[in-house]
Design a binder for this molecule. Structure first.
Ligand code: SF4
Ligand code: SF4
Length: 186
């Protein structure tokens, strides 16, 4: 695990931003560790989720937004369910990703680009269109070509389609994105 950098200045604006956008009170967390104990992604995190909560309380913006964990979070909600203080931890993680994306932090090479390509696919089709996502990811990063050799196997098993299929009501999904973009710009 990477040593945590606590040398940054206490950033009160960062705490306020996280609290406002997540509608959570960070000082409710008393570091019981239940969220980390139930987190299925802990094995891959560079900072466990309870420590992320503590670092937000301590106003350590650069350390939090620069970590890998916020990008690896699967948004499963186990942390939220397990928190004895009703902190919606998964929502805090989501807000941290949004702030990191907006402010140009990227804890893992290519992850921000993958995240963007994923969201663009959902916005366009209401669901993930894998070949389109891969094409966008390669266009943004130049990476991913190594995995093209897996294409024939996946296609022969009919796991993915070469043509996008939109869900019913994809316009409603697109409206959610528009609302979010409007809110973020306000
Ligand atoms: S939402 Fe994220 S941080 Fe919370 S338990 Fe799931 S993977 Fe872990
Ligand atoms: S479960 Fe809740 S109170 Fe416990 S460490 Fe996680 S966020 Fe804090």
């Amino acid at each position: 695990m990477t040593p945590i950098n606590l040398s940054n200045q206490y950033d009160n604006d960062f705490i306020r931003m996280v609290e406002e956008q997540s509608e959570q009170k960070m000082n409710r967390c008393y570091q019981c560790g239940n969220c980390t104990a139930g987190c299925p992604m802990s094995f891959a995190y560079d900072i466990p989720v309870n420590q992320i909560m503590r670092l937000v309380q301590a106003g350590q913006k650069d350390t939090v937004l620069g970590c890998k964990s916020i990008w690896l979070c699967a948004t499963c909600g186990a942390c939220t369910t397990r928190c004895p203080n009703n902190v919606d931890v998964a929502r805090v993680m989501d807000v941290l990703r949004q702030i990191a994306r907006r402010e140009g932090y990227a804890g893992v090479n290519g992850l921000k680009e993958f995240h963007d390509a994923f969201l663009e696919s959902i916005q366009a089709h209401g669901r993930v269109f894998e070949p389109g996502l891969l094409a966008k990811f390669v266009a943004k990063t130049g990476k991913g070509l190594a995995d093209f050799s897996l294409g024939p196997q996946i296609l022969s098993k009919r796991k993915i389609s070469l043509l996008p299929s939109n869900i019913q009501g994809k316009e409603e999904i697109a409206k959610i994105f528009k609302r979010f973009e409007k809110g973020a710009a306000a």
